[in-house]
Design a protein around this ligand. Structure first.
Ligand code: ZN
Length: 203
């Protein structure tokens, strides 16, 4: 399986990092070894002093597809979950400045904690899903899928032009504003609507 992630997909987050609003989805890949499952802890890496949390809605692909038309894209996922796209911001800024790929700062071991999934049918409208991240009991990020620059369906259509989607592939759909650093000892809780789907300790 592969993990596809979308960058710069919420205007307020684009602004906070002083990036420009993209005209098409910004795509990067993460290896399977980035995943943390079952609320296992995240071990703070020694190559960064500024790891940021980014809470994101995650789609699970349930059908093989390539060149998927946007109007059919909704047929290619049936579960929506939540994950964190941990980013070594210091390393990422350094790589961007040098014009180098940013995988090391985004796809390192443990960079992608993944929570439980909910069936798509749970949601009356997938373009109106609230999700949050709490750090040590304090609300730090709050987003709604209606604020995405590129919708789930637009993302699937665009991504599948370049990468064949396979059953079990995951798509991290971008983070809303409010990203910030974690430190050893922090506890993160991610929710979709009232459902607590991910709890993670930083070790
Ligand atoms: Zn992200």
């Amino acid at each position: 399986m592969k993990i596809i992630a979308i960058g710069r997909n919420y205007r307020e987050h684009v602004k906070e990092l002083k990036n420009t609003v993209p005209s098409e989805p910004v795509i990067f890949l993460m290896p399977e070894t980035a995943l943390i499952k079952k609320n296992q802890p995240f071990f703070y890496p020694d190559f960064s002093n500024n790891v940021h949390y980014e809470v994101e809605l995650v789609l699970k692909i349930n059908k093989l597809g390539k060149n998927i038309a946007e109007k059919f894209a909704h047929r290619y996922y049936d579960e929506i979950g939540i994950g964190i796209d941990f980013t070594a911001r210091d390393l990422q800024n350094d790589l961007i400045q040098k014009g180098l790929p940013w995988e090391k700062s985004k796809g390192f071991d443990g960079a992608a904690p993944l929570g439980k999934f909910l069936n798509k049918d749970t949601f009356p409208n997938v373009q109106d899903i609230n999700f949050t991240l709490e750090k040590n009991g304090e609300l730090v990020q709050s987003g709604n899928s209606k604020d995405m620059i590129f919708s789930f369906d637009a993302i699937i259509a665009h991504v599948s032009k370049f990468f064949t989607l396979k059953i079990g592939d995951l798509i991290f759909t971008g983070t809303p504003a409010g990203v910030g650093p974690v430190k050893i000892g922090d506890e993160l809780i991610a929710k979709i609507e009232e459902h607590e789907l991910l709890k993670l300790h930083v070790r």
